[in-house]
Ligand binder design. Sequence first.
Ligand SMILES: [Zn+2]
Length: 344
Amino acid sequence: MRASFLSYLFSCLLALLLFSTGLTAQDKLTIVSSASMFSDMASNLITDDFEIKTIVPIGGDPHKYRAKPSDARMVQTADLVLVNGLTFEGWIRELIANSGTKAKVITLTEGIEPISSMEYENSSDPHAWMNVSHARQYIKNIYEALIALKPDQSKALQEKYETYRQELTKLDQDIQNEINKIPENQRILITSHDAFQYYGQRYGLHLEAIMGISTEAEAQTSDIMRVSKAIKKNKVPAIFIESTINPKMLQQIAKDNKVEIGGELYADSLGDADSEGASYTKMMWHNTKTIADALSKAPAQEEKEEAKELPSLTDGLSNPMKIIIGIVLLLTVLTVIVSKIKRS
Ligand SMILES: [Zn+2]
């Protein structure tokens, strides 16, 4: 009797212990996302029963990333994997296949009409999140995947989704209002790589980038000449560097064309936690303010440039030399006139 009471007590304690540790990190559903902006979107949508891990660290370049063995382990234990698709993370399909994961893989650009690449045939521009109305489709795709994983939390998940969706709708409108403040003929955005096509298409900016839609392709001399021509032709007041790309080439182009660096933009990664690009909404707003402020300025050196374009024959000569040439010309004219008078 005593023995069975003790075993009953032991079972109760064991059950209590198991229950109290019921929601440890191990029991949380793990979401693994390829890049930091998608992790941030998901963080706005989840309840406490989920945790999020990111493969490419902040400031890293997802186009060029090389997956590590620890990434394969991370993906292997995931319940949900978030991928942008459109070959943004060209390495990720192999990583997922090699990891042997049973996780559901969600392509965030599903349901979005992609912009086709102007450079490569049959390929699409992956940077769809740069249009906030597309980001609403991203979060819809994430939300639906969360509901499928945790249907018992559909009410809480729906509330979070509605709140975040409204925040994105407002952001989309705020960005448009801000871009509308730039004088119309100065709405030209020049950046390192072509990450802003969706942004430009949505909010009305003409785009010129030095590199194509991937940062892997090296810029050619012809690209630099094309961009320099666009700067001159449109009298662009500023060009912009990106947080994940070495700014050296852009700084040289700015110097050669005597234009300002308008600031640093975030495209393929969030900024650090204490930066102005710490979340998806913050990065989009930071980009917009940076672009609108720099492009609203009057084009620099416009008059000087025009004056330079009309070189005088006597440019580069010293003043005494100019006087001597003047006297010689005057004497020649006088000689011609005098000889004509004599003849007549
Ligand atoms: Zn990119």
